[in-house]
Design a protein around this ligand. Structure first.
Ligand code: IPE
Ligand code: IPE
Ligand code: MG
Length: 261
């Protein structure tokens, strides 16, 4: 792929997170039922996972099902998504192994149906020895509940005297998140054009670069992720500092009447 050759191998992101949105709209545009959009979306997942593995991306985190989706969508759609997840795992674990991909999950997965959790655990165990891309599926995930769970864990440590309140650091919060062992995303992609975060990884995306495409998730392929990465490589990350090459003002050399105050 020509675009792959244009990428700077020294500046590949370590962690790409994706909000996979637009399955319903994809189906609607074709006068199909929403569930067919979800089914097509599951195909996109495997294409993108395999591209991630091919370029050696260490972490890929996909927002597959939010807590709010679980609460606010009709039971029939939620049930279909659960069936689709089971099918996705059944059909793709072999390909994950062929591609050296390890799968894991974040979110309130304990609240998912037993037979879904059983399949999830099976897939995690079947791929646990793979050393390539780690595919993290966010399932029944909400960032505010993740933070709430983290604060509860942290408060328990303070209450028991293990940790002093004044000693609490950002790292202490970080190690209580579902993503404790993961780096923060470098790049967040959202498909379908919506300019919002929808309760995804709120703590972790503090300095993440954001890329929104109008392409609907079922039409999204590996090459579109590479386009997003190419765009990312043109960005300058500042983390609150100055732009590259900017010289700082030499305040001492300014005449006193040009100084504020
Ligand atoms: C994303 O597609 C998949 C899930 C949220 C599970 P949507 O189902 O949100 O599709 P739109 O946004 O209605 O098009
Ligand atoms: C975000 O998409 C959740 C997932 C992609 C799983 P939504 O379709 O649920 O987000 P909103 O409702 O448009 O914010
Ligand atoms: Mg949506």
């Amino acid at each position: 792929m020509a675009i792959y050759r244009r990428l700077d191998p020294e500046r590949l992101p370590h962690h790409v997170a994706i909000i996979m949105d637009g399955n319903g709209r994809w189906a609607g545009k074709r006068s199909l039922k929403r569930f067919l959009g979800h089914q097509q979306g599951a195909e996109s997942v495997q294409y993108v996972v395999e591209t991630a593995s091919r370029i050696g991306l260490p972490w890929l985190t996909l927002y597959a099902f939010s807590l709010e989706n679980n609460l606010r969508r009709p039971k029939s759609e939620v049930n279909f998504l659960m069936r689709l997840l089971k099918m996705y795992l059944n059909n793709n674990v072999r390909r994950m192994n062929d591609n050296n991909v390890r799968i894991q999950y974040i979110g309130r997965t304990d609240d998912l149906p037993d037979e879904v959790r059983e399949r999830m655990q099976w897939a995690a165990e079947a791929t646990q020895r793979n050393t390539g891309t780690v595919l993290t599926l966010a399932l029944n995930y909400g960032a505010r509940s993740e933070l709430m769970d983290a604060f509860r864990g942290l408060c328990a440590e303070v209450q028991s005297g293990q940790l002093k309140l004044n000693d609490v650091t950002e790292q202490d919060i970080q190690r209580h998140l579902y993503t404790a062992h993961m780096p923060d995303p470098d790049l967040l992609i959202r498909t379908s054009g919506e300019m919002r975060i929808s309760n995804y990884l709120l703590w972790q995306i503090a300095y993440t670069e954001i890329y929104v495409t109008s392409r609907l998730w079922p039409d999204f392929r590996g090459i579109h992720m590479l386009e997003a990465i190419e765009d990312y490589q043109r960005r300058e990350r500042r983390y609150g500092g100055l732009a590259d090459g900017t010289e700082s003002d030499d305040v001492a050399s300014l005449p006193a009447n040009q100084l504020v105050g």
